[in-house]
Design a protein around this ligand. Structure first.
Ligand code: DAK
Length: 258
C-alpha cells in the first residue's frame, strides 16, 4: 500500500491516510487502498480503529481536486461511488472507529471523519464543506451525515456558505467530542481506544450496530433492534464472565471476544 498505512498496537488499529504532499487529499488510488484495507481488516484481532492523517497539518484536505477537475459525468459518478463505498465501509465496520483529526478536514476529509463513530481533534483542526465554492455538491455523504450529526440549520449554513470552522466551533456544535493540543491528540485517541478495547467486544459491536440501525428506524422498531442486540450478548462467554466478576466484586477478566 502506498497511501494507506495500517499499524496495530495491541487491540487498536491505526490507519493513516498517507499522502502528505497533497495534504492527504483523496484520489482514486487512496480511496481504492482504503477500501481494500477495510475489506481485509481483521476485526477480531483489532477491536477499535483510529483513523488519522500523515503529518501535523492535515487529516484529509478533501477529494483530489486535480483528479476531479477533468472527470466526465460517468467518471464523476464512478469516483463518487468509490468514495461512498469506502466511507460506508468505515461507517458499518463492526468495530468502533475514532477519527483523530490532526488538521484540515475539508470536503471529503470532513465526510471521512463523519463516517467514523467518534471524532476528536487537535487545536489546529479546520472543518468545512467547501464544495459549492468549487461548483459541486458534497458527494461523500456531506449533505446527509452532517445534518444528522449537527443541527440541520448549521449543516446547511456550512454547506451553503462553503466557510470553514475551527476546532472550538466544531466542539460547540457537537461535530467533535473533544479538542487537544496537537502533540496530545494521538495519545488521547489511543487512551479512548484502549477504554473501548477493554470492554466486551461482542457487546461493543452489538451496541454500535443497534445505535446505527436504530437511528434510521422509527422508535417502536428501534427498541426491538435494541432488544435483539441485548439478547445476543447472552450467548457470549464474556457476558457471563463480566457479570460473575461484578457479583464477586472483582474487576472483569480480560474479555475473550467469545
Ligand atoms: N486536492 C488536491 N490537492 C490538494 C488538495 C485537494 N483537495 N488540498 C491541498 N492540495 C495540495 C495543494 O494543491 C498543494 O499541492 P502543490 O501545489 O504543493 O503541488 C499541497 O496540497 C499543499 O496545499 P497548499 O499549498 O494549498 O497548502 P495551504 O496550507 O496554503 O492551504 C488548504 C491548505 C487546505 C486551505 C488548501 O490546500 C485548500 O484549500 N485545499 C482544498 C480544500 C478543499 O476545497 N477541499 C474540498 C475538496 S472537494 C462527489 C464526491 C466527492 C466530493 C464531491 C462530490 N460526488 C460523487 C458528487 C468531494 C469533494 C471535495 O472534497
Amino acid at each position: 500500500m502506498s497511501y494507506i498505512q495500517l499499524e496495530q498496537e495491541g487491540y487498536v488499529g491505526i490507519l493513516t491516510v498517507n499522502r502528505p504532499k497533497a495534504l492527504n487529499a483523496l484520489n482514486s488510488e487512496v480511496l481504492s487502498e482504503l477500501e481494500s484495507v477495510l475489506d481485509n481488516l481483521d476485526t477480531d484481532a483489532i477491536r477499535v480503529l483510529i483513523i488519522t492523517g500523515a503529518g501535523d497539518k492535515s487529516f484529509v484536505a478533501g477529494a483530489d481536486i486535480a483528479e476531479m477537475s477533468t472527470l466526465s459525468k460517468e467518471e464523476g459518478e464512478e469516483f463518487g461511488r468509490l468514495g461512498n463505498r469506502a466511507f460506508r465501509k468505515v461507517e458499518v465496520l463492526p468495530i468502533p472507529v475514532i477519527a483523530a483529526v490532526n488538521g484540515f478536514a475539508l470536503g471529503g476529509g470532513n465526510e471521512l471523519a463523519m463516517s467514523c463513530d467518534i471524532r476528536i481533534c487537535a487545536e489546529n483542526a479546520v472543518f468545512g464543506q467547501p464544495e459549492v465554492g468549487l461548483g459541486i455538491t458534497p458527494g461523500f455523504g456531506g449533505t446527509q451525515r452532517l445534518a444528522r450529526l449537527v443541527s440541520p440549520g448549521y449543516a446547511k449554513q456550512l454547506v451553503y456558505t462553503a466557510k470553514n470552522i475551527k476546532a472550538p466551533e466544531a466542539l460547540r456544535i457537537g461535530l467533535v467530542n473533544a479538542v487537544y493540543p496537537q502533540a496530545e491528540l494521538m495519545g488521547a485517541a489511543k487512551k479512548l481506544a484502549a477504554a473501548i478495547a477493554d470492554a466486551a467486544p461482542i457487546a461493543v459491536r452489538a451496541s454500535k450496530k443497534a445505535i446505527n440501525e436504530g437511528l434510521e428506524q422509527p422508535m417502536d422498531v428501534a427498541i426491538e433492534t435494541e432488544a435483539k442486540a441485548f439478547g445476543s450478548c447472552f450467548e457470549s462467554e464474556d457476558q457471563r464472565a463480566g457479570m460473575k466478576a461484578f457479583l464477586s466484586k472483582e474487576k472483569h477478566p480480560p474479555y475473550q471476544n467469545r
